[in-house]
Design a protein around this ligand. Structure first.
Ligand SMILES: Cc1cc2nc3c(=O)[nH]c(=O)nc-3n(C[C@H](O)[C@H](O)[C@H](O)COP(=O)(O)OP(=O)(O)OC[C@H]3O[C@@H](n4cnc5c(N)ncnc54)[C@H](O)[C@@H]3O)c2cc1C
Length: 408
């Protein structure tokens, strides 16, 4: 009789025993980069980063693995049992808890040391996007945008700023940014979403076609002001005060969630606005400059950090695996060409990490630069984003993603 031979003795246990206790801060190169940046604050910074790194390398990592499973991806429930339109984004309990815990860290709070928030965000990226880091980057953009015009925004927007930055009763707001429309994502000046002026605010009418973090509390939205060619930028609450409990959205419907190959834990939707209350931020005709200069510049920096952290984790785990796995007569790292590949991976991780933090330091110090240097820095941020994403895609063996998502 034909008998299938199995090898029940084969186990990955010794690899997993090491991998599962890998602490992302137990990394001499990273520690050198971070300590150089924080200088005299390093002692206190390390005391704050260590428990964060412990959590994300253990319980959060296990949660992230769980919510990445296809059966746990977000879903859209448009109606409740009584035929009321709710457009609820249904996410697993693990994702809700993780979101609450990460945002509860108050990454943008004034209580953080300089660089603390960004160091924690770099560490967070080591766990993948996980439905977390895109909303974190968007919240950063939301806060920065409001701060640029803080003195002139209405009280409702000041309240949104507090909610996102310092939290209200322990609850921290999540931000999103909706700019892409079906006729062209890169081309924000071609936006057709219409903003109709009212006394103290605007009402939005039209469609946004790629809205990630659609579960957010507030979004930064670009739209054309009625009867003009001016694109302005707005902050739009997902619910008006008192309506969240009733699941009554602020004058918009979520038509569907995108089916995506990557970042599937992150709900990305298509939205129809039917009179959503929106608060304009900044001048009527500066929306594109503000969206790119403030909001997207921060997202670009974040893509540099994300690419670096992905490669760092991949390099560390690949090295461990190559030390564990036997092929022919030796472990993988015993083959010179494989060892060279691992070295290359580690080199890329270090290069990308050091560059991302260096650029961020320049970004924070840019007030000391002249106009030309500031322009050069903006270019550098854009180039670094493109190059880091390209390097990441080569390392992971993906085709360079020329298509969607690359232009911003
Ligand atoms: C996973 C994911 C999440 C996203 N989340 C959001 C979101 O939350 N909010 C949001 O607003 N958008 C979001 N988007 C949309 C994304 O930002 C757009 O896809 C992007 O701006 C590109 O727009 P497009 O796909 O319409 O491509 P197009 O604008 O049609 O461009 C297609 C290609 O044409 C070329 N091209 C376009 N313009 C130029 C130019 N000026 N110079 C040279 N070449 C050019 C590029 O190769 C480009 O990649 C998301 C996309 C993805 C994939």
């Amino acid at each position: 009789m034909f008998c299938v031979k199995k090898n029940p003795q084969y186990t990955f246990d010794s690899f997993l025993a090491v991998k599962d206790t890998l602490d992302d801060l137990d990394n001499p190169f990273l520690v050198e980069v971070l300590s150089n940046l924080s200088k005299e604050d390093w002692g206190e910074m390390h005391r704050r980063l260590q428990p964060f790194a412990n959590k994300l390398s253990t319980s959060w990592r296990a949660t992230v693995n769980e919510i990445a499973r296809p059966e746990n991806h977000p879903k859209l429930r448009q109606y409740d049992a009584y035929n009321r339109r709710i457009d609820r984004i249904v996410r697993p309990a693990e994702a809700l808890k993780l979101t609450e815990e990460v945002f509860g860290e108050g990454l943008f709070s004034m209580k953080q040391l300089t660089y603390e928030g960004i160091m924690k965000r770099y560490l967070l990226h080591g766990n993948g996007e996980a439905g977390i880091t895109c909303p974190v980057a968007c919240t950063d953009g939301l806060i920065e945008l409001i701060e640029a015009f803080y003195e002139e925004v209405p009280n409702e927007v000041k309240e949104i700023h507090t909610h996102a930055k310092e939290g209200i009763d322990g609850n921290f707001a999540i931000g999103a940014q909706f700019m892409s429309e079906i006729q062209g994502g890169s081309n924000i000046p071609a936006n057709l979403l219409e903003a109709v002026p009212m006394d103290t605010h605007y009402l939005l009418y039209g469609n946004k076609f790629f809205c990630s973090a659609v579960h957010a509390d507030y979004s930064v939205v670009t739209a054309k002001i009625e009867g003009t060619e001016n694109i302005a930028v707005f902050v739009v609450p997902s619910y008006l005060p008192g309506d969240k409990e009733k699941e009554l959205r602020n004058g918009y419907r979520i038509n569907r969630l995108k089916w995506k190959l990557g970042t599937s834990e992150l709900p990305s939707g298509e939205i129809d606005y039917e009179g959503a209350v929106a608060y304009r931020i900044g001048p009527e005709d500066r929306g594109v400059a503000l969206a790119v200069g403030i909001v997207l510049t921060r997202s670009r920096l974040d893509i540099g950090f994300a690419s670096a952290a992905f490669v760092m984790r991949a390099a560390r785990e690949a090295k461990l695996y190559a030390r564990f796995r036997h092929v022919f007569d030796r472990t993988i790292d015993g083959f010179p060409m494989a060892a060279a590949q691992l070295e290359e991976l580690e080199g890329a991780a270090k290069r990308m990490t050091a560059t991302a933090f260096h650029l961020y330091k320049m970004f924070l110090e840019q007030d000391d630069y002249d106009e030309l240097q500031q322009f050069a820095l903006r270019e550098l941020i854009l180039l670094q984003k493109i190059y880091a994403a390209k390097e990441l895609s080569i390392i992971y063996g993906w085709q360079y993603p020329f298509s969607a998502g690359m232009v911003q």
